[in-house]
Structures are given as C-alpha cells and as structure tokens.
Design a binder for this molecule. Structure first.
Ligand SMILES: Cc1cc2nc3c(=O)[nH]c(=O)nc-3n(C[C@H](O)[C@H](O)[C@H](O)COP(=O)(O)OP(=O)(O)OC[C@H]3O[C@@H](n4cnc5c(N)ncnc54)[C@H](O)[C@@H]3O)c2cc1C
Length: 432
C-alpha cells in the first residue's frame, strides 16, 4: 500500500453515499479549500433528498418530489448516481460498482448509511418498508385504497406513519414489543405521554407483543401475534429499524460487526486515507466516553460528515476527535418533539409540565431532563420549543468530564469541541 500523507496531492476524493453525511462531507471539503475532484457515487437515481420527509409529508401528500430536494452547495461535484458500490479494494485504492465501473481514489469517504431488512416473519412479498423515496411513494399509493393499516414497530418512523395514516382517516394498529411507543428515542416518560395522545387519536395498539407471521389473506393480510391473536389489515408496514449498509465492504478486511468501526476522528480502523460518517459508522464519541456509538439522526450525520471531511484533509494525521451531541426532532399528532443529548437510563429524571394539571400533558407542553452527577446530559421536550432551545444551548455549551474520567483505548489529550479545532482550520486552509 502506498502511503500518501500530503492531502494537497489528493487528485480525487471519492464519496460513496449521497445522503446527509456524504453531502455534508463534500460541502465541507470545499469549504476547507480542497481543490481536487470530488466524485459522488450513490445507489439511488435521485439526487440528495430529505429522507425524514419519507415518513411525513410524502405519505400525507403535503410534499411533492421537488419539495424533498436537499438544499446544498453543489460546488463542482461530479455525480455518479444510480451506481451501487459492490467492492472496495483498499490496496489499489479502487471502488467497483454494480455497473462494472471502477473508481480510483486518493481519499475515500464511506457514507452509505443504513438499510432496512425485511423481517423474518414477512414470508410473502408485499410487506412495505420505509427507508427511501421509492418506499414512500409505494406506501402512499397503497394507503389510498386501504382501510386498515398494520404498522409493525412503534419507533419514531412507525409512529409517524400512524400519524399520517390517521390524518388520512384510515384506521391503524401499531404493534411493538415495548409497552410504550418510541421508548428508546424518547425515554419512558415522554413515550407514555405520546402513547396516550395516540390512543386519543384513535390508534389501536398491541403493545408488549411481537409478530409471529404475516400472510396474504383475501385481498389483504393476516398478521399473527406471539399470543396467537390474528389481525387483519389491507396494508402491512414494517418499521423495525435498519442496519449499516456495509455489504460492499466485506472484502476490505475491516471490522464490520457494529458498522464501519472508526477511531475518534472517524478514520476507518485498518485503512489508510479512508473515513466514514453517518449511519454506517460507529466511533468513540469522546463527549460521552470511549464506547463505540452510532450517530443515528439527521443532524448528527451532517456533523459527522463535516468532521470526517476535516479529518481526511488534516495534514499531520492527528486531526483531533469528532464529537457530536445527538439531536433530533419529529413532528406528529400536532406535537413537536425534540431530543438533545443522552437519555441515560440510570440517570435522575426531572419533569417540568408547562401547564400543570392539564390532562393532555404532552399537548400542553412538557420538558424531561436526564441528569448524571448533577449535570443535565439529556433533554426531551414536547410542544415546549422555547424551553428546549435554551436548556439545550446550555447543555451543549457545557463540556462533559467523561473523557478525562474514563480510561480509553483510543486516548486523546485534545480539547473536546463540536466544531473544528482551530489548528486543523489553519492546516486545512493551507491546502487551497
Ligand atoms: C423514514 C425515515 C424518517 C426519518 N426521520 C428522521 C427525523 O425526523 N429526524 C432525524 O433526525 N432523523 C430522521 N431519520 C434518520 C435520518 O434520515 C438518518 O439519520 C440520515 O439520513 C443518515 O444519513 P446518512 O447519510 O448516514 O445515510 P442515508 O441518508 O441513508 O444515505 C446513505 C446513502 O447511501 C446510499 N448507498 C447505500 N449503499 C450504497 C452503496 N453500496 N453504493 C452507493 N450508495 C449506497 C443510499 O442509497 C443512500 O442514498 C429518518 C430516517 C428514515 C428512514
């Protein structure tokens, strides 16, 4: 393998994956003054789009295809869309695609996100997934003629689908193994409140249950639960999560057990001049400690994409850690739900209701804080945007002591910063 440390010599940086993380990386490369070719390889035929719209405006018909385009600075990027990477040969620095093309690179950004897998219980074709525009259009078409929709998975996407379905005056039942919806994302307190709101909006639930099988029945489906109950519906949607899209990296000789394993700067462990970002990557987010973590949301993917780009261009091989504070939002049932930080299960919980003693706590506004060692480390709010914003700002501005306190395999004595560290900025400016 040839070692090339002078980033200014990079003739071509190849970015595989044209979602939030890949596009953010491309923009950041230009912002940092990288003058060479940036080649964008993406499996989907569409240019970059707003993936969160797939479970929101597109389903309800409030958004058209042109409304979902991702705004970005297309500063001299070369696009190779409709091409799926199928192999990475790191020794020869080449990526092969399913079109038979081979792309050489000097630096590589892996940003292939995650993909949903069809659950084992879906023995027959026709169960809907919801991960991309094609899925969203297909589900939207199916919803037009549906009367009852069976949604498997009460996470954020499943709850958003339920919201869309009810807004179209269709019936739906949500199945989840947990006792509340969105528990992993929102914690138990807010999960409970939102579950109540959904009940009030007419959603039927089968909570604490798993699906055993789903089979065609007359013109629709029969879904059997683990307690033997049979549910009949016209459409079945599985929103049971995804896994990192790493199939094309299987011959690259890297650890893919938890996604693409990176160091604290998002350099892919075991490869040279290769970084990863977004939902495909797993890395020690040193704001929280040395454990490998994922950035599972839109804003985190954007921040990781930027961080990975800066790492790739750093001249001395020591670009400093990329740290991210998890943040996301969802809008459903007329509720604006916002999350920031980590909802630590073992932390202390504080609950502030905006209008106390109102029965519909969620609609009236509620903020739940998660504390560890007397510090606010996580925040969830429903219909309380102002309170959320000021608390989240304060939380983001406060560095956590986790890195200094915990011994780590990937040590760093660099200051933690969610923005680019100044020395790197200066180094990168010299590339232009
Ligand atoms: C329905 C839905 C709703 C969501 N709603 C929200 C929300 O409200 N708020 C929020 O914060 N987050 C939301 N998310 C999560 C958010 O969309 C993701 O966190 C974010 O898109 C991850 O960005 P990414 O660039 O890592 O991956 P992706 O956006 O998945 O992009 C990866 C791209 O790589 C391409 N690709 C994959 N494999 C290959 C290959 N081998 N070769 C070439 N290209 C490849 C894919 O086709 C895709 O275009 C939602 C996700 C979904 C699916």
């Amino acid at each position: 393998m040839t070692r090339r440390n002078r980033r200014a010599d990079y003739g071509r940086i190849l970015i595989v994956g044209t979602g939030r993380a890949g596009v953010a990386a491309a923009e950041e490369l230009r912002r940092q003054g990288y003058p060479g070719e940036i080649a964008m390889v993406g499996a989907e035929k569409e240019g970059p789009y707003d993936r969160p719209s797939c479970s929101k405006g597109i389903l309800t018909g409030h958004k058209r295809p042109q409304d979902t385009r991702m705004p970005f600075h297309d500063e001299d990027l070369t696009w190779y869309l409709g091409r799926r990477a199928v192999d990475l040969d790191p020794d020869n620095r080449r990526v092969e695609t399913d079109t038979g093309e081979s792309f050489a690179y000097d630096g590589l950004v892996i940003a292939t996100g995650s993909s949903p897998s069809m659950p084992k219980w879906a023995a027959e074709p026709g169960v809907h997934l919801l991960h991309n525009l094609e899925h969203a259009w297909s589900l939207r078409r199916a919803l037009r003629d549906a009367e009852r929709v069976i949604i498997v998975g009460g996470g954020i996407t499943g709850s958003e689908v339920a919201s869309a379905v009810r807004s179209m005056a269709r019936n739906c039942v949500v199945i989840d193994s947990k006792q509340q919806v969105m528990v992993r994302a929102l914690g138990e307190e807010v999960g409970n409140h939102v579950t109540d709101v959904m009940r009030g909006e007419g959603v039927d639930f089968r909570l604490g249950h798993r699906v055993a099988s789903a089979n065609r029945f007359r013109d629709g489906w029969m879904v059997q639960l683990d307690d033997g109950e049979n549910l009949v519906g016209d459409v079945v949607v599985a929103t049971t999560g995804g896994r990192p899209d790493t199939a094309w990296l299987e011959n690259a000789g890297i650890d893919l057990s938890k996604g693409v394993v990176c160091d604290e700067s998002l350099r892919v462990v075991g490869l040279e001049d290769v970084v990863a970002c977004g939902a495909v990557a797993t890395w020690p987010n040193l704001r929280y400690g040395p454990q490998l973590r994922k950035a599972e949301h839109w804003i985190s993917s954007l921040e990781q994409g930027r961080g990975a780009a800066r790492t790739l261009l750093a001249e001395d091989g020591d670009p400093g850690p990329v740290t991210v504070i998890p943040r996301f939002w969802t809008e459903q049932w007329g509720l604006r739900i916002q999350v920031c930080g980590e909802l630590v299960p073992d932390g202390e919980v504080s609950i502030s209701e905006m209008k106390r003693h109102r029965r519909d706590t969620a609609r009236a506004g509620v903020v739940v804080g998660y504390h560890r060692d007397d510090r606010l480390v996580g925040l969830v709010s429903v219909n309380a945007a102002h309170a959320f914003t000021s608390l989240a700002r304060a939380m983001i501005a406060t560095p956590l002591p986790a890195v200094q306190a915990t011994p780590m395999p990937l040590q760093t004595d660099k200051p933690l910063n969610t923005e680019i560290a100044e020395p790197a900025r200066r180094r990168l400016a010299s590339v232009a």
